[in-house]
Design a protein around this ligand. Sequence first.
Ligand code: AMP
Length: 359
Amino acid sequence: MIKLGPGAVIGILGGGQLGRMLAMAAAQLGYHTHIYCPDERNPAEQVTDRLSRNCYTDEAALIKFAKQVDVVTYEFENIPVASVEILRQHVPVFPSADVLRVSQDRLQEKDFLNDIGIDTAPYKAVSTEIEAQEALKIIGFPAVLKTRRLGYDGKGQAIVKNSEELPKAWAKLNSHEIIIEAFIPFDMEISVLAARGQDGDIKCFDPAENIHKNHILDLSIAPARITPERRQQAVAIARKIVAELDYVGVLAVEFFVSSAAPIFRVNEIAPRVHNSGHWSIEACPTSQFEQHIRAICGLPLGDTSLYGRAEMKNLIGDDIHDMDLYLKDPDANFHHYGKKHARPGRKMGHVTRILPTVK
Ligand code: AMP
């Protein structure tokens, strides 16, 4: 176990809003942060002690960075595994390269979940359009085609309702690493943020109900409006995943919830803090960001109970221009990510409200 005290330097790969909020949580606990990212003017830059602007495949820059920090973590999961392998020869990296490998590939991810007895949508990996036609005979319609790698917020996906729609979907995805999933007619989407410490202690946040608009998270409500028993079941699944992965840090588990069995199917896991857990900053004694910092530094995990019902609204694109309205609202906890240009679909900030009753 690696225990780092305040004053240590936490290296974070990625400079987006998740890196920004991780750096702020690290500072609260007395740690320094060093952000490593390729792009300019990123949200984390404003709040970090140090910054390395290099690409993720620059071996010399990675080694230099590794020697300047005491532990490395990441805020997005598309870091090349090879880069993490280089870093871990010089400095501890949490979560591990093995976890990254599983979560970067939808096929490995689903195989892992099914191997440990957790339900997902039925799926099949294919590499040609002919294989896809055959797979669709087994999976049935509607089905969702997804690229195995690099998909997010509905990108790299296409729904096919019948076999005539396949050629267009296949051309759109333009990849030979495709997974075909059955379309799940879910009642609700939820996520559980689970944290596991280096000592194996696990603490989960209450499941959040997630509502999307144009494939982007719009609203997260915690706790999710399902029965307390169902919430416990979802948490038990998330606990199992982090335990089986020997995970260190915060991991998000996204579920489809249906009324018919299986009630819970895991859609995907993200080995990092997650947009659907931002409410934890104000709604819990320990936020997801602080929890992640605690886990990777070998500190005890904190309490995750809710002070009340929490609602987090993402501010996408021009939504950010309503800033004054939120600032005048006594219940709104407003967050601006410091991005200069409000492009459509861009996550610019969020607002959390806490209502006093948790039912
Ligand atoms: P993903 O990129 O896998 O998180 O998918 C983005 C969104 O597409 C999910 O949040 C769901 O709303 C929808 N979706 C993805 N896969 C399925 C599926 N197999 N059945 C129904 N909806 C899906």
